[in-house]
Design a protein around this ligand. Structure first.
Ligand SMILES: Cc1ncc(COP(=O)(O)O)c(C=O)c1O
Length: 443
């Protein structure tokens, strides 16, 4: 088993023993031993076991259990539903070295957004050709790093970016990122990134005049895309750009359909419905046999269901509302400035699992879930949720916490990020690291 992040740094680790005593977390290099799970065991069971172990202790810090085996299932599901699309995992979503290492071994490519993400992926021995630097507005020093390390695929959406690339990375293989209609996505990107179709002809000519090669077109519908037909329109727009590029002299052969796929099963729309819309659009606008390579940048789809989070109630208040109704305020030891920052963008609260036994079905009360810091903004949801009466020391479990959680957590107010314990099921034991040595399983 490997625990990570208790000192706030992704990639640091503790032994299973240290995991109990988080303060002792050394900044050591990656441990080679992951705890192998039995075939019947799940991450949820590991979480419950850990909570049980802590039941006599006052040391009840927040923690997550990450089941790396989930990555193999998600990869299989992705490849089955979208057989023409090669996934380039979006590192920003969960940059744990273990997640990246497993994905590298599974053979995905990577979408990096900065020099540090490039360094992380390259350090695993991933070939630069399996990386796209998919940030349309790059710092010059990061661009120079990409050039020095042979990362050639870069996205752009403006003339100013082309000028920088011509000066600092003239050998780049550029991918033009298009503006998309993403009003139905949970997290919209189109206000910040993407070139309008009307501007694309001009950008393609500018690139040519600067001696730069544009090899493809891309889009990203924003995280949590809720309309499969947004893909249809965006893919049709890319085809227009491919047509334009021929007249300008670029040889385009790469289509990048970005991320935005749902992280958990049962999302609306279902991933399968989205995949059907994408496959149909590809068949129409980029038929097989035309020599077009199609890639995507899924983040959440892979990472969300990897982690289960456990948080503890550190304080509680009961208040009487007008009409004499009781409302409960729970203060948790992880919150908006920790693993839960992404929650404030969700449409609906994600309900936790309550770890407490009741003799009969307990009454529910309107509750506000606050994080541990002094900031009033530090709460998990804006809305109240209905929960039973709980006590200080009780635990709540949140499944599907692997996406945009640890990567976004801070040490604000001195509260350390949740520690993460990595486990691996039998499905991954055969894998080999990108470097060729075996993934350590401790078995
Ligand atoms: C350019 C780009 N690609 C891919 C992603 C991953 O999105 P998701 O995690 O929703 O799949 C993001 C996330 O915002 C992004 O900005």
């Amino acid at each position: 088993m490997l625990a990570e992040g208790s000192d706030g740094q992704s990639g640091t680790s503790t032994t299973p023993k240290d995991w109990k005593e988080k303060e002792g977390c050394p900044g050591s290099s990656l441990l080679k031993d992951l705890i192998p799970l039995g075939t019947e065991e799940s991450a949820m069971e590991v979480v419950l076991k850990k909570i049980w172990e802590l039941s006599d202790s006052d040391q009840r810090d927040p923690f997550m259990v990450a089941d790396l085996g989930v990555l193999a299932f998600r990869h299989q599901a992705f490849c089955q539903a979208l057989p023409r699309v090669s996934p380039f995992y979006a590192v920003k979503c969960n940059n744990s070295p273990w997640v990246l290492r497993v994905l590298a071994a599974l053979g995905t490519g990577f979408d990096c957004a900065s020099q540090v993400e490039l360094e992380q992926v390259l350090s695993l021995g991933v070939a630069p050709s399996r990386i796209i630097y998919a940030h349309p507005c790059k710092p010059i020093s990061h661009l120079q790093y990409a050039a020095r390390h042979g990362v050639q695929l870069l996205t752009f959406d403006s003339e100013e970016e082309l000028t920088k690339v011509a000066q600092h990375h003239p050998g780049a293989r550029l991918v033009l990122r298009l503006w998309t209609e993403d009003s139905k996505s949970l997290i919209r990107m189109s206000t910040k990134f993407g070139a309008r179709l009307e501007l694309c002809g001009h950008l393609l000519k500018s690139a040519r005049d600067l001696g730069l090669a544009v090899v493809g077109a891309s889009f990203h519908l924003g995280s949590g895309c809720r309309d499969p037909h947004s893909f249809t329109q965006a893919i049709a727009d890319c085809r227009r750009v491919f047509e334009m590029s021929r007249g300008v002299g670029h040889d385009m052969s790469l289509l990048d359909i970005g991320g935005g796929f749902p992280g958990v099963e049962g999302s609306e729309p279902e991933f399968e419905e989205m995949a059907r819309a994408i496959n149909a659009a590809l068949a129409q606008d980029f038929p097989e046999g035309a020599g077009i390579e199609v890639i995507a940048e899924p983040g959440r789809f892979y990472a969300a269901s990897v982690c289960v989070a456990a948080v503890n109630i550190i304080a509680k208040k009961a208040v009487l509302q007008p009409g004499g109704h009781r409302k409960l305020l729970y203060y948790l030891n992880d919150g908006h400035y920790g693993s839960f920052r992404v929650f404030f963008r969700d449409r609906f609260p994600r309900m936790p699992i309550v770890v407490k036994e009741f003799c009969s079905k307990p009454p529910l009360f309107p509750c506000t879930l606050y994080g541990p810091t002094c900031d009033a903004f530090d709460k998990l949801f804006n809305e109240e949720v209905q929960l039973p009466e709980l006590d200080v020391g009780d635990w709540l479990i949140f499944p599907s916490m692997g996406d945009y959680s640890a990567v976004m957590s801070s040490t604000f107010n001195g509260f350390l990020p949740a520690s993460i314990c990595y486990i691996v099921g039998p499905e991954l034991r055969y894998l080999r690291r990108a470097q060729g040595s075996e993934l350590g399983t401790g078995s």
